[in-house]
Design a protein around this ligand. Sequence first.
Ligand SMILES: NC(=O)c1ccc[n+]([C@@H]2O[C@H](COP(=O)([O-])OP(=O)(O)OC[C@H]3O[C@@H](n4cnc5c(N)ncnc54)[C@H](OP(=O)(O)O)[C@@H]3O)[C@@H](O)[C@H]2O)c1
Length: 234
Amino acid sequence: MGQVPVEGAPLYCLIGNGRLSRHLQHYFDQLQLAYRVWTRSGPPLSQALENCTHVLLLISDDALLDFLHTHPELQKYTVVHFSGSLATPLAWGAHPLMTFSHQLYTCEEYREIHFVIDHRAPAFETLLPGLPNPHHRLDSDLKARYHAECVLSGNFTAMLWSHFFQVMENQLGLPRQAALPYLKRVAANLQSEGNPLTGPLVRGDSATVQRNLQALEGDPYQNVYTSFVQAYQA
Ligand SMILES: NC(=O)c1ccc[n+]([C@@H]2O[C@H](COP(=O)([O-])OP(=O)(O)OC[C@H]3O[C@@H](n4cnc5c(N)ncnc54)[C@H](OP(=O)(O)O)[C@@H]3O)[C@@H](O)[C@H]2O)c1
């Protein structure tokens, strides 16, 4: 799988075939980097590891430490995991600051992804040779906070927007396309300098906030709205 290995060049073993693994496979194909993919339903791991230089752990965070302890033979290789919140002496962390769903991206889109690597990790060129990506180092003690912020900003806004689209289509009879220019503007305003926030909280329209909360009665997002009001006031 991947390119034919060239003597002296890195040969990656990708453990797992989930979302991030499939994105990396696509990116490695575009960069012409050699790799193999191992999954737990396939042939023995020793076969996939043959002649490899780097092992990339692309499995669920909850399975990572157990996997590393069960496979001490991995310590012969440069082992990298991609969890944003975990730190372990058994593998270097390299978290891509991006979201990877099922749709694959272009090479240009992959190239601009920043990797946040452990502060004591080897040089990026040694850790992930052949990847031209920008990177930054982060103290392991700060990883948990860093990842909590990634989840809040990326995953939770995705939940909010998915909820909005669903209500638009299923409860209000409005097409989701109607909300897309709004989504685009929110994203564009966030990217520019200055305070991007508008709406009743900023204006201090407390009666509007109360009407919004009443309208959300019975919806689990009513509590989310209340938490945002509290966070804004704090
Ligand atoms: N997706 C993202 O947006 C994203 C972003 C940044 C970092 N990451 C990191 O990337 C890593 C992978 O995440 P993902 O989103 O790609 O996960 P995913 O799509 O859920 O895929 C997880 C993979 O892990 C395998 N797996 C789970 N437990 C295993 C075990 N005990 N032994 C061997 N394989 C096991 C699964 O194999 P089976 O198919 O056999 O169940 C599956 O292929 C995580 O550390 C995550 O934090 C993900």
